[in-house]
Ligand binder design. Sequence first.
Ligand code: FES
Length: 692
Amino acid sequence: MNSLPQPSASPASAVTREALVHQLYEAAELEHNLMCTYLYAAFSLKSGTGEGLSAQEADATARWRQAILHVAIEEMGHLTAVWNITAALGGSPRFGRMNFPLDTGGLPASVVVRLEPFSAAVLQHFIYLERPDNSAEPDGEGFSPDFTFTRGDIRNRVTPMPVDYDTVGAFYKNLSANLVAFVARVGEKAAFCGDRNLQISRKEIDFQGCDPVICAKTALAAFDAIVSQGEGASEENPDSHYCRFLRIRDELQALKAANPAFQPAYPAAVNPVLRRPVRAGKRVWLENEDAAATVDVANSAYMLMLRLLSHTYLLPRPHPAKALCIDLALGLMRAMAPLAEQAARLPAGPSNPGCNAGMSFTALRDAAPLPPGPSAEKFFVERLQELVGGARALAVSLQTPRVAQALKVLEDLAQRAERRFPGVFAETAAIPAARGAQAAPAPAAAAAAVPAAAAAPATGTAVGAAVIEPGNVAPTPRTVDGVDYIEGRDLTLIYEGKKCIHSRFCVTWGPKVFIANVKGPWINPDNMSVDALTEIAHVCVSGAIRYKRKDGKPDEAPPPVNLVSVREGGPYAIRADIKLDGAPAVSHRLTLCRCGASKNKPFCDGSHHEVHFAASGEPPTGKADMLPVRDGPLAIDPETDGPLQVRGNMEIISGTGRVVARLESARLCRCGASNNKPFCDNSHVRIGFRSS
Ligand code: FES
């Protein structure tokens, strides 16, 4: 920020922690409300030529939708930064907000916020909201306040008082000045007394806004980032929300000039409400039962998302439930979006002819975090099941692809919650030991455990103790769930063919053990020393070859550095102490699909060859600062119809071994379409990627 901002308190009064938290609550409401209005407009946009658009118009509305959703996601990042600053100051972040239409006085008269479908006037309103201080952009037509008022009170009060501001940038300047004044009065250590492990960090999600707030410098940097990226951004920043909206306006004007009948959006309601309004004002009651039922499930998904996010601020890091809550919350957004789009395509009801419905973003009375522990888990699982029930009923009455998509996401989330929540507290207790860098490597029990069913020969052919000399016939494997167990004298060799990506290290490094081009049994473990054979297993990138030693020596240990290798035109090759979708992986080595074509997702099955997947194995180097710890658990959670969410210390390397990035969390593309490979850029939405 350029000029020194002034605190809002009068000289006689000192800025208090309560006043700062109060102002941060307004910041949270502001970001939250803006996010809802942007989402509402994006969901109302028509899609494709099937909805009455020309090819050129359809292309434009698809891009606008993406651009507005991207702005909304960045508002979510701003919101997270505000939550983190609140937590750093010892406060409890605000997740609730007033329902639409907002009560007068909740925000200054100059900041009008309401749910309204995309139009030239709404776009102009967005430009006005995001304008820099020196902008002369007018507000959108119809967005002037019903009456003007002031909220500020310069008299000395113990009770925090709201401030007035013309632009969002001015609000953050004032907030920054208040923070500086507070820190100057109480000292930095006392000011930032909150447990930093409660904040959402990039360990949980690599998301702008998730940087830790530990001091005045980091807090002010977060405010500065909010202002420079979005509201009040300078006109020179082409990536600011303001400039992005200006570009949409230019395009809209050109398309309208070419086709004055162009209607880019459905006539969704202004401030829809689910029940008969008890007050007059700009709101539309959704009488159409299909529309109301759609909005009902969408709202419930939104509310549960808020609850899950608020819950994360009670869970100190490292806590697997923290990441799980964030994943479920983001998943609920993916269920909410198609339902909100569906609502905009349904009539509102007989009292409002020509008007469609829309998601009302109804917030319940409170979104306070639930007491942590099994009761919260029960609450979340129960609620997800209720949402599945609601979506199933909806899918019976409204058989549309959007409702089906939402149902699929909700079912997946409910199953994931049921499967994952019960173990997370036990997992948490185990983390410090597992992370101890000096701890002796645990035997990779899970990596090479022989299932009980495999302990006894399935066929009665006792080959386990036989000494097989070179040239002898390879022993017949026992096969359990598609995995072959081949008994050698000092080791059980495990081979899982459907994971094999044919790197051919086995047949080229140990041709006497892995005998190519023979019919029937082809692996003869006793034709090589055990140590040499385990070395071959270790270079099998896919983990298709594993082993269990019988000579008393330790089995394969997790690597000292977690590696995610990006293979040219091929999969991710991962080496780490891997947890895949919440369960220990069978191997410390895995290859996961990144082309989107595997029939055995998330694993690679070689389909990248069939689809001629063209993707560089040499992406550019980005954030590569050394990590304080380089090993430890690596949790990989494949998102339904989306990327791989990876959490833990990792070095992403190119096919030639160059460092691409060193990160603590990443969303890795697995649809094959990202323009920012290996990272997800949400292209999976554009291409309609399906993970199952
Ligand atoms: S999974 Fe490919 S862009 Fe997201």
